[in-house]
Design a protein around this ligand. Structure first.
Ligand code: ADP
Length: 429
């Protein structure tokens, strides 16, 4: 037992014995012991009262001195209080640092609860979303970021993919929004200013479109003269082959310009309307005929139509998707190979698949295959007249129809390209 406690117990025993002896002397043993006990109790109550007051003020410099076990008990209390004070100071400093670093982030961050109400945000988010400190805390984020794409993205609950929108702050500012779920129901909305990228991309698109447009006129003149020279009986015989070659290259260049113009139109266009029905089955049959006409020894081209459901969108663009995929299948499949075109519909939407038993694509090249002018190593070796823009056109035409392109392939075994159309793009009668 600690010495302070032994001393206290001895002191209490001595007090009780003294009280008993004094009582016995006056022939009142029990009252004597009782008075001594009450005295001890009063002494302890007095110290308890003093410490209680001290605990309420919490002032370090006024710790009551006391006697017996009290200083020891209070030293421990003070030790524990000091430890928790230090811990609180550390936490406060940490919170201050986190807040300061969040304030200095170039990207915006907004904390949302399960009802999408704003709990907190940093300075960048305040600037990009035009938030007002007193007005907007506790507001639902949909009330401030009303863009339909954002509202649909929030409602879909399938986060992890960022979306790009004009910022509510205006001034031709663009933001990208990424929702990250955390905790039981909360979400962190990360906002990045992508205005510079959007402007750069717009400049690039305009440049490509303008350059393609400007090149068209001189090319038409050159093609006209080449045609006239080819038809000219008086043209020397040695010119014949170079003229044919020049005409082929002019046609190729013209196709390239057409594709570049089509691509820049598709890139900048909004999703196409849901008003026109597209007979995809007829387009598949046309693409089959085109495929058979493409070479002298055509591959087997099978068509598997499991639904007559039409699509809602743009006929020219869907035709471009089907014919680009089918023409790739023809060009990258040997003549003893096979090609298959399938159209099927279920409750997840419509699926158009073009598969082949051709040269295939290496796994690491698949993610890059829809980039402009990207050619796989095996594709480059066998390149047969494509512009290198076909799959980029497919990608953007599908994006206009809110559809995704899924590519599966194995080198040397073949490829399959599946276009997934959402249910609302089907003309379900
Ligand atoms: P290209 O005009 O070169 O065919 P695309 O954009 O249509 O341009 O295709 C890009 C590249 O993807 C092609 O050069 C080829 O390497 C590869 N590719 C496309 N389709 C297939 C396919 N069905 N089988 C194998 N490789 C393909």
């Amino acid at each position: 037992m600690p010495a302070a406690w032994t001393a206290t117990l001895l002191r209490l025993a001595a007090l009780l014995v003294a009280g008993g002896l004094l009582g016995w002397f006056y022939d009142a043993l029990v009252p004597g012991v009782l008075i001594a006990s009450l005295g001890a109790l009063a002494w302890h109550l007095y110290h308890l009262y003093q410490r209680d007051r001290w605990l309420q003020t919490g002032r370090l410099d006024s710790i009551p001195e006391g006697a017996g076990t009290w200083p020891r008990v209070f030293a421990r209390i003070e030790y524990i209080r000091e430890k928790s004070r230090k811990r609180r100071r550390r936490w406060r400093a940490l919170v201050r640092e986190i807040r300061a670093s969040a304030r200095s982030f170039p990207d915006g961050g907004v904390l949302l609860n399960d009802r999408h109400e704003i709990l907190a945000y940093n300075t960048a988010a305040q600037r990009l979303l035009n938030l007002k400190r007193t007005r907007d805390r506790g507001q639902r984020i949909e009330n401030l970021l009303r863009h339909p794409d954002f509202v649909a993205h929030l409602a879909s609950g399938s986060y992890g993919k960022s979306i790009e929108l004009p910022a509510p702050a205006g001034h031709d500012t663009w933001i990208s929004c990424l929702l990250i779920p955390y905790g039981p129901q909360q979400r962190l909305l990360l906002i990045r200013d992508i205005t510079a990228n959007v402007r750069l991309e717009r400049t690039r698109r305009d440049f490509v479109a303008n350059a393609s447009h400007e090149l068209r006129t001189p090319l038409t003149v050159i093609s006209g003269y080449l045609e006239a020279l080819q038809e000219d009986e008086a043209a020397p015989e040695v010119w014949r082959q170079p003229l044919i070659e020049m005409d082929n290259q002019a046609k190729r260049m013209s196709q390239l310009l057409d594709d570049l113009l089509e691509l820049s139109r598709l890139e900048s266009a909004q999703p196409c309307s849901l008003e026109t029905e597209v007979d995809i089955v007829a387009l598949v049959h046309t693409a089959r005929k085109e495929a058979l006409a493409m070479s002298q020894h055509p591959q087997v081209v099978d068509v598997d139509i499991r639904s007559s459901t039409r699509l809602l969108g743009d006929e020219k663009e869907i035709h471009s998707v089907v014919s680009n995929l089918v023409s790739n299948a023809v060009r990258y499949t040997p003549s003893d190979g096979a090609i298959r075109i399938e159209w099927d519909v279920d409750d997840r939407g419509g699926r158009l698949t073009v598969s082949d038993t051709g040269i295939g694509i290496a796994e690491e090249e698949i993610p890059r295959i829809t980039e402009r002018f990207f050619r796989t190593d095996s594709g480059r070796a066998r390149q047969k007249g494509g512009t290198g823009l076909g799959l980029a056109i497919v990608k953007y035409a599908l994006r206009r129809h809110e559809a995704d392109l899924e590519i599966r392939s194995r080198l040397g075994e073949g490829s399959s390209f599946t276009c997934h159309f959402p249910p609302h793009r089907l003309a379900l009668s």
